[in-house]
Design a protein around this ligand. Structure first.
Ligand code: ZN
Ligand code: ZN
Length: 203
């Protein structure tokens, strides 16, 4: 039953909007580390050309410019790979907090599992994370996804159809399962609605 609500109140998460919750300082730190890695790799390689030592890639010994570009490309790819997981860990930290989960524990878990099991910690997190809190339809205060009543105004957060008892959403005018008029109190306006319902299949 509870799943109905989660499905209908689908979390419309956009990538860039979600990326914005990754801490700014983390993004800048990763970017700075990337620039440092890039310049160290370039300097070591150019030093190899000067002194005749090892260079990357060895096939391009005759062309320092092309070799530098190839090295920069490899460093970028490796950096992107690690940056992706660092940002994902930052995202888990902030996302767990806004969902009322233990953010420290989840961040620790995904980082600890990374060296041995790679992305498994993230997969567990995304499978197990709690739904986002939302605003009470009556008073607007933030309510947890598992609340049955708003703690501020006692609004019923999981209203059900008076006729078939299945869960409906506040914005529904008619029950999506039996066609009951949800605006009318049970018994009064329901007769007309039920009458048109039963007569239509006969036509
Ligand atoms: Zn409320
Ligand atoms: Zn119903």
């Amino acid at each position: 039953m509870r799943l109905i609500r989660f499905r209908r109140k689908k979390e419309n998460l956009r990538f860039w909007q979600e990326f914005k919750i990754v801490p700014r300082w983390l993004v800048w730190t990763v970017f700075a580390l990337f620039l440092i890695a890039q310049s160290i790799a370039l300097m070591v390689n150019l030093d190899g050309f000067r002194t005749g030592g090892d260079i990357f890639p060895p096939e391009l010994r005759s062309d320092p410019v092309l070799a530098s570009l190839a090295l920069a490309g490899v460093v970028t790819l490796v950096s992107l790979f690690f940056a992706f997981f660092v940002f994902l860990a930052g995202y888990v930290n902030r996302d767990a907090r806004r969902r009322g989960m233990s953010s420290g524990l989840w961040t620790f878990l995904v980082i600890v599992l990374f060296p041995a099991y790679f992305a498994i910690g993230f997969i567990i997190y995304f499978l197990m994370r709690e739904p986002l809190p939302y605003n009470c339809p009556q008073c607007g205060s933030t309510v947890g996804a598992r609340f049955n009543y708003c703690p501020n105004c006692k609004c019923n957060l999981h209203p059900s159809c008076p006729q078939c008892k299945r869960e409906v959403v506040e914005s529904d005018k008619y029950c999506p399962y039996c066609g009951q008029d949800l605006a009318a109190p049970p018994g009064t306006g329901a007769g007309a609605a039920a009458g048109t319902q039963t007569s239509s299949p006969q036509l």
